[in-house]
Design a protein around this ligand. Structure first.
Ligand SMILES: CC(C)(COP(=O)(O)OP(=O)(O)OC[C@H]1O[C@@H](n2cnc3c(N)ncnc32)[C@H](O)[C@@H]1OP(=O)(O)O)[C@@H](O)C(=O)NCCC(=O)NCCS
Length: 193
């Protein structure tokens, strides 16, 4: 949930020299860490891509402006618990990954989503980040299940999920309307047995 009153101007203390860097996972191909206000320009640069938007929910803007990036970073930094993170190369934010915790009887379950800037596709970054953030979400929140719902045509994402240990559970027919087209979605889950 976003904290009330977290405005862009109040975020200046977040970051490497500030006190509020809250999450950091160093991996082989990338680093996953809390968003910082200074990430806004690289976020807008890499997120402003129709090929990325085409595979995400419509809540992800297109075109993706600098003010969209600032609004998103303010949201990510104001959220408690923190569930949205930057994927970085040499400390530059080149993608994003986040999960949505559920409530009531589904409080042991979360949905995860991710994207990587196009210049960095095919280097194993998404699979590595997904594996790490899945473990993080399970460990931090006592989850039994993390799942993703990629569009049926998104074969790169299906492969990422398989590489990260997710199992295919099924196909929900005609469950989404994206870019004017009614499409199927696939359900993949990582289950703690
Ligand atoms: C999907 C996405 C996150 C993958 O990121 P990435 O860092 O390139 O992923 P990885 O390098 O870890 O793995 C990609 C895998 O997909 C494979 N792949 C890529 N394009 C493919 C295609 N058209 N068909 C089948 N497999 C494909 C790659 O070969 C690779 O598998 P491999 O390691 O076995 O060779 C990235 O393309 C992206 O951001 N897409 C737009 C947003 C998106 O789809 N997000 C996921 C929403 S569910």
């Amino acid at each position: 949930m976003a904290l009330k009153g977290v405005q862009w101007e109040n975020l200046k203390d977040f970051g490497p020299s500030g006190e509020e860097e809250r999450m950091l996972i160093e991996l082989r191909a990338c680093t996953v860490r809390s968003w910082r206000p200074a990430d806004a320009e690289s976020l807008a640069r890499y997120a402003n891509n129709r090929k990325i938007w085409r595979n995400l929910r419509d809540a992800f803007p297109h075109p993706y402006s600098l003010s969209d990036a600032k609004a998103f970073i303010a949201l990510a930094l104001g959220a408690r618990p923190e569930t949205m993170f930057a994927i970085c190369l040499n400390d530059e934010a080149i993608g994003g990954i986040g999960f949505m915790l559920h409530s009531d009887v589904e409080r042991i379950s979360a949905e995860i989503g991710y994207w990587i800037g196009e210049p960095f596709w095919g280097r194993g970054i998404a699979a590595e980040a997904l594996k790490a953030v899945t473990s993080y979400a399970i460990g931090e929140h006592g989850l039994k299940r993390v799942y993703a719902v990629p569009f049926a045509g998104n074969e790169a994402s299906h492969r990422v999920l398989e590489k990260a240990g997710y199992a295919f559970e099924g196909r929900t027919r005609k469950s989404a309307l994206k870019d004017g087209e009614v499409i199927d979605q696939l359900l993949y889950a990582y289950v703690v047995d």
